[in-house]
Write a protein that binds this ligand. Sequence first.
Ligand SMILES: NC(=O)c1ccc[n+]([C@@H]2O[C@H](COP(=O)([O-])OP(=O)(O)OC[C@H]3O[C@@H](n4cnc5c(N)ncnc54)[C@H](OP(=O)(O)O)[C@@H]3O)[C@@H](O)[C@H]2O)c1
Length: 280
Amino acid sequence: MTAEAAEGDRTLPLSHGGPIPTLGFGVFRVPDGEEVRQAVRWAIEAGYRHIDTASAYGNEEGVGRAIRESGVPREEIFITTKLWNQDHGFDAALRAFDRSLERLGLEWVDLYLIHWPVEDLRGESWKALERIHEEGGARAIGVSNYMLPHLEGLLGDCRIPPAVNQIELHPFNFGTRRPLLDFCSASGIVIEAYSPLTKGQRLDDPVVSEVARSVGRTPAQVLIRFALEQGAVVLPKSSNRDRIVQNAQVFDFRLNDDHLRRLETLDEGLATAWDPTDVP
Ligand SMILES: NC(=O)c1ccc[n+]([C@@H]2O[C@H](COP(=O)([O-])OP(=O)(O)OC[C@H]3O[C@@H](n4cnc5c(N)ncnc54)[C@H](OP(=O)(O)O)[C@@H]3O)[C@@H](O)[C@H]2O)c1
């Protein structure tokens, strides 16, 4: 497979809104203020055109500021933020969205997600997201941490289906997540892979290292490429300039079928933070 072929997967279409840049920059646990501004600045310099934040990350202000200061036209940067658990319900979600926009200093976001499938209230919250989309506040709307039953429930009771489902995804849970990935693919829902580097927990895995050696790349680049090879959007986080640059250099090589097969043997159902499987 050629480098030119890998170049081809820089964006994906969405069922509404979009297209979405397949490489996004994650800012979970990057403190607001100078630290997140610096990280987002470096990311934009390194070529990222997609930033993934959330109300719960507490850094929307710094993210918005870095974007405004970057000099890159607003339309060229894809920005996602998320509705936090305490803000569920129709009216509460509308108000939470307005507060996010205000903190970001933006007139619209490219993607607004339900962060977590909060029991009982998530259906009402989705209606608020539909309203937000129709009024132009969010060009696309979607969900995060939705497992099969959550998605089936939503698709059975919505006017606008979610454009994306953002879930934890890497070789260490890929097999476990396969039925969900197949369902999303059949339903036109794009998968976003969060914690693609396993929060650093499996970067020294021998199989990942072996594949990295065989393609002349780092383990982190292999894990990012793994998500792209699955047709997913991928959201690596780093606060370090060199690693931010390194993590963006993933469009000039590919993993072949043998590499992918070896990586797929690593499934252990790993959830590095929280696991929504049992949320009713
Ligand atoms: N929707 C959700 O519920 C949810 C949950 C979790 C995450 N997310 C999103 O997904 C993004 C990424 O996930 P994550 O932050 O959990 O973790 P991650 O991207 O899997 O891993 C980040 C960790 O890897 C390190 N790292 C980054 N690049 C590296 C490299 N090239 N070599 C070695 N180490 C490297 C980082 O350290 P340094 O910073 O020091 O480089 C950091 O400790 C988040 O920031 C967030 O936007 C969403």
